[in-house]
Design a protein around this ligand. Structure first.
Ligand code: C2E
Ligand code: CA
Ligand code: CA
Length: 555
């Protein structure tokens, strides 16, 4: 353990060692034996002038290391007495012999006291260093190293019933944003206060630690999984209480990972903490308040890792392709555009739909490389294909990627594609991640004449305030609203309202996921402009798309 490596470590351990009675007796016996042995050797080899007298320093230093000043004094006294008065060599008078003995004894006591003082000071310094190494200086809370040490101690103390012990990790998911506004000092202070507030709010908490910049860890003692869930709810709830910063209430957005140790006797602190991290990551990706560790989460994490590892090579190896799905103008049922949808052609596995890799890919920087491929392929196609608008999907991360916008604008110029024949599809939640940057990027695309479509409308974060500001040209009603259209009058009224919202904002409205003629008829009746779905065609290769278009549009 890192914090144990210091110059005074051996000294601290030595001076802490005699706390148990058997150890104390052993140390005393060793000191006694060394004193006796030293004295005997001096007597047998001709007295104090012999260098062997210095042997007495060994037990004196040992006593001073273990018992400090008092130990050094007593050992010095004993050593002096045991060397005896008659070892003065050439001294003749009794008085001179006695004085020499007394001075020698005092000298040994002074050495013992001095050594004890020095050793106590070094040990105190070492203890201070160790305490500092176990504490986060910014919040005053114990740190990760202390957590590992304490958690191991709790697990050892509950060895018969490890299921009682659990580790909990709480992350202030918006800590970076908070720090940007209130500064790192106040951010740290708030995190420390939250830690103390949570420890007070939840009696099962046995320790609160600063785990990382934005994370607090807790050791809790709980009866079972149900209690742990209740604890998670309490901690999450208390963590959302506002904290005062210069009169302004500041509130964090917490996510909690629970690492229940269970009955497995082999689990140590590292494993318990690893579990909380896996659970916390899942809570964040699912946007849930808390998630409890399950072994299946490990499998998911490794598949994600494996998939992401494979995706990087797959981009280089050209295993990704785009397929295109037509959009139809409902009024006259003529083709009105195509949407490019990514497919992964995996060796031996055939075509893989984006649902299984896109959400994961979108969370890594690989999406940047991937989206360049999409932009390149789709602009090439738009330049050579049917003069119909081509749409591509942009991930939330793409909306902060200025260079991707450059690549798109360049791609259209190079292929001679009119920008009106190109469109990007973005979701509202994607825009809301970083609204200013996203709106600026979309405005830039609009200024070049590229269309902007609001995808999956109705399923995510819908803010009319933002919707009004968005430089959009199209609204795509999510297929979740299209499927129930046939039987449900309420859905019909809702879809009508969505269409009217779109029209009120001068947007063309597309319904996606149209599978039946009846759905198409209702949508046409409600005034929806375009439709897209299996009723007409799934996403297909370009050659199949061209055949379909030729058949749909008689010369
Ligand atoms: P999306 O943008 O909502 O795409 C529409 C999805 O609905 C496509 O699934 C499409 O095949 C499917 N679909 C079309 N018509 C019907 C229908 O009638 N019924 C049903 N049940 N489904 C229909 P796909 O191709 O699996 O794509 C899933 C999602 O993956 C897309 O949803 C989009 O969010 C994402 N995606 C696909 N390609 C890309 C890409 O190149 N970049 C990014 N960032 N995301 C992509
Ligand atoms: Ca889309
Ligand atoms: Ca969609």
């Amino acid at each position: 353990m890192v914090h144990r490596n210091g110059p005074a470590t051996w000294l601290i351990e030595l001076s802490d060692w005699h706390t148990s009675v058997p150890a104390r007796l052993m140390v005393l016996a060793a000191i006694g034996l060394l004193l006796a042995a030293g004295a005997m050797l001096v007597h047998l080899t001709g007295g104090t002038p012999s260098v062997h007298a210095h042997l007495m320093y060994v037990p004196i230093f040992l006593a001073s290391a273990v018992y400090g000043v008092a130990g050094g004094l007593v050992a010095g006294l004993l050593a002096g007495l045991m060397l005896g008065p008659l070892l003065g060599g050439s001294l003749e008078s009794v008085q001179a012999i006695m004085t020499s003995w007394g001075v020698r004894t005092l000298w040994l006591m002074a050495i013992g006291a001095g050594a004890g003082l020095m050793m106590q000071m070094i040990a105190a310094l070492g203890r201070e260093q160790r305490a500092q190494a176990l504490r986060d200086p910014f919040t005053g809370l114990p740190n990760q190293a202390a957590l590992m040490e304490d958690l191991d101690a709790h697990l050892a103390a509950n060895a018969g019933d490890k299921a009682k012990v659990a580790a909990v990790l709480l992350r202030a998911t918006d800590f970076a944003d908070i720090v940007e506004v209130i500064g790192i000092e106040d951010g740290d202070r708030i995190l420390g206060e939250i830690g103390e507030h949570l420890s007070r709010s939840c009696p099962e908490v046995r320790g609160c630690y600063r785990f990382s910049t934005s994370e607090l860890a807790f050791i809790v003692e709980c009866g079972d999984r149900e209690t742990l869930k209740r604890i998670a709810r309490t901690l999450h709830g208390a963590a959302t209480d506002p904290f005062d910063v210069d009169g302004v209430p500041v509130r964090i957005e917490p996510a909690v990972g629970l690492g229940h140790v269970g009955a497995d006797a082999t689990i140590d602190a590292r494993e318990a903490v690893r579990r909380t991290r896996v659970a916390l990551r899942r809570a964040e990706t699912l946007e849930r308040n808390w998630v409890s560790y399950e072994p299946t989460l490990d499998a998911d994490a490794s598949t994600t890792l494996e998939l992401i590892g494979l995706a990087e090579q797959a981009i280089e190896a050209g295993e990704f392709t785009l397929q295109y799905q037509p959009k139809i103008r409902l009024a006259d049922r003529r083709p009105a555009g195509v949407e490019a949808l990514a497919r992964w052609r995996r060796p031996n596995e055939g075509l893989v739909a984006p649902g299984s890799f896109m959400p994961k890919l979108e969370q890594t920087s690989l999406i940047d490389t991937f989206s360049r491929f999409v932009v390149r392929t789709a602009t090439d196609y738009a330049g050579s294909g049917p003069l119909l608008p081509v749409s591509i999907n942009l991930a939330p991360r793409n909306l902060a990627d200025e260079r991707l916008a450059d690549a798109l604008i360049d791609g259209l110029q190079q292929t001679g594609t009119p920008p009106e024949c190109f469109m990007v599809e973005v979701t509202e939640s994607g825009i809301m991640r970083e609204p200013r940057a996203a709106i600026a990027l979309l405005n830039r695309l609009r200024e070049h004449g590229i269309g902007v479509s609001i995808d999956d409308f109705g399923t995510g974060y819908s803010s009319f305030a933002y919707l009004r500001q968005l430089p959009a040209t199209e609204l795509k009603i999510d297929r979740a609203f299209v499927h129930p259209l046939e039987g449900d009058a309420k859905t019909r009224r809702l879809v009508l309202a969505m269409i009217e919202v779109g029209h009120a904002l001068d947007l063309s409205v597309t319904a996606e996921g149209v599978e039946t003629e009846e759905q198409a008829r209702i949508l046409t009746e409600l005034g929806c402009d375009l439709g897209q779905g299996f009723l007409w065609s799934p996403a297909v290769e370009t050659s199949a798309l061209h055949k379909w278009l030729a058949a749909a549009e008689p010369a």
